[in-house]
Design a protein around this ligand. Structure first.
Ligand code: SIN
Length: 539
């Protein structure tokens, strides 16, 4: 039995929820597939906040300049303009919808983060910004009867017919069955790839499946070599690499080495507020210089009461590991945090595969270039999620539905999963593959890369790919390979991509985006944007 909904959204972070709301507002039935519970996504854990030019001393042009300069020559200028301009409108709308950002005397509070020329970061609950955004968007989605959530759904592959994406095949672990869900269009909003690395600030769901599925379905991916490493993740044995927000340095925190000495002023004139990639590489250099595996984030110059109020989640989490941020510097080191590359889209979320749209971290709109400006990602998810929703409605109105009539928005089981023994065995294989890939990615495709390290990683990925793998491992390995391949291809250093064998930026030869498509050689393109086959860009 084939069952349809109007539109499918994969992922329930800020981009997915915003796209779903846009589609439902146009009267469509939307099914949101999400891998865990609806509130679980990278968005939920975002601390620092949302960068938006809303304060009195700020201007969109300043936000635009800061974004372009962080992007190290590889931002799509039009996409950046859309981000900073539309961002104001969509953030005001989000506030009207009930998202409560921190205020003082009724006025919004803005914090400072690295590489921003103004205090422009809105935050909520001190350091629980993502949680508040998810809460408000889920509350609004809950009022929309046209939005149906299917939780704990592990998507495996996209359904493509006649060169058009028509739906998705996913595994529903609750009823242990594969299901096929069909629709006029699919929006990928499945987030990033942090879990590909041994050390990451990302939750378990960030495994890059959306990118692997898009690639497998024939869509193009861009700029996969650009992976951002957050400088300050908690570095305590047996603890997850919990994020210690950049806002902590924005509010006056400093980095110290093993000897208690501040070292960032030796590496960059903006010291702790240098661009993120520079701080991460400086930490690596300082750890090497002092032959240690950690540095320390020191907040003790700030008042204890202020720290507890401003960073309640961080304070509580560190305390759980026996560290009081008000009294002592805490051990930190870099961890994989965000991928700038992803599924290539135009300014309205269209991918190169008709019927497939993408928004948020899974997408590459070109707004981040080679290095994302801190706190621009929530804004990107909000703006481009909404724009993708709008574009789909417009595209659908122009084109007849090709998949026949509609049936109630429910899903059908198309195959049963195999017996317990096989599932257990394959579960073990998935874990073993992931463990090996994560170590290789960290050691060979990490903060510092070289031809030798990348070729070695790729050789090992090839060997692993020779084994019979099921969808989760295959997808994981596919994305790791795409990152390593692009990193090997780009023979220069730019933004977050650092090649020790090509340490300089080479604008003459490499001011281009890497484009990857299944069955084709990797190539360079001057733009991320492309001429959409489906319809012209909206105005
Ligand atoms: C942070 O709070 O440091 C993370 C913000 C971001 O990654 O944009």
């Amino acid at each position: 039995m084939t069952v349809e909904t109007d539109f499918i959204v994969i992922g329930s972070g800020i981009a997915g929820l915003r796209a779903a709301l846009e589609l439902a507002a146009a009267g469509a039935r939307v099914t949101v597939l999400t891998k865990e519970r609806a509130s679980e996504s990278n968005t939920e854990y975002a601390q620092g906040g949302v960068a938006v030019a809303l304060s009195e001393d700020d201007e969109v042009s300043l936000h635009e300049d800061d974004t372009l300069s962080a992007g190290a020559g590889l931002c799509d200028e039009e996409a950046v303009r859309v981000l900073v301009e539309d961002g104001r409108r969509y953030m005001q709308e989000l506030i009207e919808w009930g998202a409560e950002f921190d205020r003082e005397g009724g006025e919004l509070l803005f914090t400072q983060e690295a590489a921003h020329s103004r205090r422009r970061i809105l935050h909520a609950g001190g350091d629980a910004t993502g949680h508040e955004i998810v809460r408000s968007l889920l509350a609004r989605s809950g009022q929309q009867v046209r939005i149906q959530f299917v939780t704990h759904a592990a998507t495996e592959r996209l359904l493509v017919e006649d060169g058009h994406c028509r739906g998705v095949l996913y595994l529903d672990p609750l009823v242990r069955a594969r299901r096929e869900l069909r629709a006029w269009a699919v929006v990928l909003a499945s987030g990033g790839t942090g879990q590909l690395y041994l050390h990451t600030t990302n939750p378990a769901v960030a495994t890059g499946d959306g990118m692997a599925m898009a690639y497998g379905a024939g869509a193009e991916l861009a700029d996969m070599e650009f992976v951002q490493f957050h400088p300050t993740a908690l570095n305590v044995a047996d603890a997850p690499r919990f994020l210690l927000s950049e806002a902590m340095r924005g509010e006056g925190g400093v980095l110290r080495n093993e000897d208690g000495r501040r070292f960032m002023p030796r590496y960059h004139e903006r010291a702790e507020l240098a661009p993120r990639d520079i701080v991460s590489r400086s930490i690596v250099a300082e750890m090497e210089r002092t032959a240690t595996r950690t540095v320390y984030l020191d907040m003790t110059a700030l008042a204890a009461r202020y720290l507890r109020r401003r960073f309640p989640k961080i304070y509580d989490t560190c305390l759980r590991y026996g560290l009081d941020i008000t009294r002592e510097p805490v051990p930190v080191s870099p961890a994989a945090h965000y991928i700038m590359g992803g599924v290539r889209t135009d300014l309205d979320g269209r991918t190169t595969l008709p019927g497939l749209y993408a928004a948020g971290e899974v997408a590459c709109t070109g707004v981040h270039g080679a290095n994302r400006l801190a706190s621009n990602s929530l804004l990107e998810g909000l703006v481009f999620g909404a724009r993708a929703g709008r574009a789909i409605v417009a595209d659908a109105a122009r084109q007849p539905r090709a998949t026949g009539g509609t049936t109630p928005a429910a899903v059908a089981a198309v195959a049963s999963v195999t017996d317990d023994e096989e599932t257990t065995a394959s579960g073990e294989i998935v874990l073993a593959v992931r463990k090996r890939v994560r170590r290789l990615m960290w050691e060979r495709v990490g903060i510092l890369r070289s031809r030798q390290s990348l070729e070695r990683a790729l050789r090992e990925f090839d060997q692993i790919a020779g084994a019979k793998l099921r969808a989760p491992s295959r997808n994981f390995l596919t994305v790791a390979t795409l990152i390593a391949r692009a990193a090997l291809w780009r023979e220069e250093s730019r933004g977050a991509h650092h090649r020790v064998d090509f340490p300089k930026t080479d604008d003459t030869n490499w001011r281009v985006h890497s484009i990857q498509r299944e069955g084709a050689e990797i190539s360079g393109s001057e733009t991320v944007d492309f001429e959409s086959a489906e319809s012209p860009a909206l105005t």
